[in-house]
Design a protein around this ligand. Structure first.
Ligand SMILES: [Zn+2]
Length: 221
């Protein structure tokens, strides 16, 4: 990596850490949770339960999670992905979603699987294996295999609460195509737009028709 790329990397790390300031909502065994979206959803209890679930059911994988994940944030991420991992600051950014048909236990199990997946990226990064155009399919396949092995442990422990047919994710590289195929500018503008929209959804009054123009909602576009 050249010096300019290193500086850009460092400044983006600094920007991300700055954005987290004041957004801390909890922690489990030193893994700190930050809610940058503050939508009043179940991000904090779900992540706490997910971490405890890994600790209880799979101590070996939990050791990896705690080694490679220091922070979990709820924030808007790159279009096409549910989460992104930053090895340099050991941070997972999750765009948290409630799943209305899943109860709290199953929702936490989904996120537990996701954290196992992201910690596998940490393991690979620590061995010098960074995701690149040439190896990204192999990297994601490995991470999905690892999350599925964890899902299998959960299902074996309690097949009713954690059904394997729901938690197991067959690997399909098309899941990543949107994120991989977008250029830098397209990805950035989509990310910005989604962040703005997300903020507006958090402030319902911004979505209300303006009193002076309430007959012409299209003017608000
Ligand atoms: Zn991945």
């Amino acid at each position: 990596m050249n010096i300019i790329a290193k500086l850009l990397d460092k400044s983006s790390d600094w920007g991300l850490l700055l954005a987290m300031k004041g957004a801390e909502v909890g922690q489990v065994d030193g893994i700190v949770l930050f809610d940058l979206r503050k939508r009043g959803d179940s991000f904090r209890p779900t992540m706490e339960r997910a971490l405890r679930m890994i600790r209880e059911h799979d101590p070996r994988r939990y050791a990896r999670v705690s080694k490679y994940i220091s922070r979990i944030t709820n924030s808007i991420v790159i279009p096409g992905l549910d989460a992104v991992y930053f090895f340099s600051i050991r941070t997972v950014h999750v765009e948290f979603r409630e799943l209305p048909l899943a109860g709290p236990e199953l929702l936490s199990a989904f996120y537990a699987c996701l954290l196992v997946h992201e910690s596998t990226h940490g393991v690979l990064n620590s061995r010098g294996i960074k995701s690149s155009k040439t190896n990204r399919v192999r990297v994601e396949r490995l991470c999905v295999s690892e999350q599925n092995r964890f899902a299998a442990r959960l299902s074996a422990a309690d097949p009713i609460r954690y059904p394997c047919e729901i938690l197991q994710l067959p690997f399909d590289e098309r899941h990543w195509h949107e994120a991989w195929n977008a250029g830098f500018l397209e990805r950035s503008s989509k990310l910005l737009w989604r962040t703005i929209t997300d903020k507006k959804l958090d402030q319902p009054e911004l979505l209300q028709p303006d009193k002076n123009h309430d007959q012409h909602p299209s003017q608000h576009c």
